[in-house]
Write a protein that binds this ligand. Structure first.
Ligand SMILES: [Zn+2]
Length: 229
């Protein structure tokens, strides 16, 4: 059993955090990972980080149990009044909210991300936020071993981030420009677009002040791209 499926371990790593729904005003609690209880064990080429105890993506979406409004933890509380109008008109789900378990499974996490993506589209959020959710859905499908769905969402994330890069300001949910350029290069590589991957990669490698960690990732990817010729 992976640690993230063992209720005893989960109990020691997660705690209930209070929050209030910005759409309907309902106060409720949501599971959050305790700081320092989870270490990175490996990182995929596109920067999907795997953790020792629990996958943070399983607990990164807050769903209001009353009205179903959902968003990534970082953005849950902030809604403009216009967005509330749009969401109330099109998104109010009432009793249709599924009964999620106390501890989130991969399938539940995928479902939560999808309704958060729907909420994002309804409140006309930035493209970067929609791409961020699509990327996390792609990663969750990767964990499930569902390559077709994973590629499909990766493609949406790639297109969304590529457009956000030209239209939106950084950081995008904590991603700075260098990190996003690198991730686009890695995603293009996964999606069998070597020329696009090389282009993004060359912009990353020449960026001043690039972190050594990102530079390592970029050089590894470069090696793979050019040895394939
Ligand atoms: Zn609500």
């Amino acid at each position: 059993m992976h640690p993230s499926e063992d209720p005893e371990i989960l109990k020691s790593v997660l705690y209930d955090k209070s929050c209030t729904c910005p759409l309907c005003g309902k106060a409720f609690t949501t599971k959050t990972i305790k700081l320092g209880k989870n270490q990175v064990t490996s990182i995929d080429e596109d920067l999907y980080a795997h953790y020792s105890t629990v996958n943070p993506l399983l607990y990164d979406i807050i769903v209001c149990p009353e009205c179903g409004y959902s968003a990534v933890t970082k953005n849950f509380s902030s809604l403009l009044s216009k967005q509330k109008e749009w969401l109330s008109a099109h998104f109010y789900r009432g009793s249709q909210i599924p009964a999620y378990g106390e501890y989130t499974t991969i399938d539940e996490a995928i479902h939560k991300h999808k309704i958060a993506l729907l909420a994002c589209i309804t409140r006309k959020s930035k493209l970067g936020e929609q791409a961020y959710l699509a990327l996390h859905i792609a990663w969750l499908y990767r964990d499930k071993g569902d390559d077709a769905e994973s590629k499909d969402f990766l493609k949406r994330a790639y297109d969304g981030f590529a457009e956000a890069l030209t239209k939106e300001n950084f950081p995008i949910l904590g991603l700075d420009e260098a990190t996003l350029l690198y991730m686009l290069a890695a995603m293009a590589h996964e999606l069998s677009k070597p020329e696009e991957s090389k282009q993004y990669l060359s912009s990353v490698i020449t960026m001043p002040g690039l972190s050594p960690r990102l530079k390592d990732h970029a050089l590894n990817l470069k090696e793979k791209l050019y040895e394939k010729r």
